[in-house]
Design a protein around this ligand. Structure first.
Ligand SMILES: [Fe+2]
Ligand SMILES: [Fe+2]
Length: 264
């Protein structure tokens, strides 16, 4: 099983670019073409939040048109730039999306069970998981001890980028860690939000963030660093599940780079 992850697509209304210089729609079109061209092709795609830039219905309509050419099923969760009801209204045929309340769901029918989580606090940049969301997760995890991936927008861990550490998953992160610790079948906690590829041992598993399909946050570990972005290469993560090997994660850069070349 091959699982692709893209993140932080930040789609704007038609004709608008983000932050005066990033054509996020063009970047997403390239990401979709990139995923469709992979051999083997991913079985499905997780899109880990900040789907659009301002939670507006016209942004979701454009996102939907941009994702339509994807050759495989894709699963959406909310980030801090998203709005739950506008997302649901645009993607009514995505039957896994709950009709109301938090955007949390389980995808079954694959060798790895996929659990999408909702960390959104409307109007805020940071994330939280309240008791309702965590109780739901505990009940889902109690149903099965099969290999499982949790995917959510806000990372529950500190990454050393000071500004983003202030905007990570705050309330609920400790209880989430306790829950995850009790379930060694959780192979990964896959996140977005930081617009960079980062991995850490967390709560007895591996937690990771994906790069954005568009702009990346500047890697600056100076505690006083301001929040800036940089046009580092965009990418997708590819999580390959093979019995015996478990889950192996790769970064797949999106764009035209020289090569491949033979060594001899
Ligand atoms: Fe983002
Ligand atoms: Fe975010």
């Amino acid at each position: 099983m091959l699982i692709a992850q893209i993140s932080d697509t930040h789609i704007k209304p038609d004709g608008q670019i983000a932050y005066r210089r990033v054509d996020t729609a063009d970047f997403l079109a390239k990401a979709v073409a990139h995923l469709n061209a992979l051999h083997p092709r991913p079985d499905l795609v997780l899109v880990t939040g900040d789907l659009v830039d301002a939670g507006a219905p016209i942004e979701y309509a454009r996102l939907k048109a941009l994702l339509a050419p994807l050759a495989m099923p894709f699963y959406l969760i909310v980030g801090n730039h998203d709005a739950r009801d506008a997302l649901r209204a645009a993607f009514t045929e995505h039957r896994y999306l709950p009709a109301d309340g938090f955007v949390q769901y389980v995808i079954e029918g694959h060798p790895v069970r996929l659990i999408g989580l909702d960390t959104l606090v409307p109007g805020e940049g940071h994330g939280e998981m309240c008791a309702t969301r965590l109780d739901w997760l505990e009940a889902r995890l109690a149903e099965s001890d099969r290999p499982t991936i949790l995917f959510m927008h806000h990372p529950p861990f500190e990454c050393g980028m000071a500004y983003m550490d202030g905007e990570r998953l705050r309330d609920g992160a400790d209880r989430l860690a306790t829950i995850v610790q009790r379930h060694p079948n959780i192979e990964r906690v896959l996140c977005g939000h930081v617009h960079r590829s980062i991995q850490v041992r967390w709560a007895g598993t591996i937690a990771a963030t994906a790069p954005s399909t568009a702009h990346q946050l500047t890697l600056d570990l100076d505690p006083a660093a301001p929040l800036t972005f940089k046009m580092d290469p965009p990418g997708a993560l590819l999580h390959a599940w093979r019995p015996g090997s478990g889950l192996v994660s790769h970064i797949s850069f999106i764009g035209d780079y020289d090569g491949p070349h033979r060594f001899r």
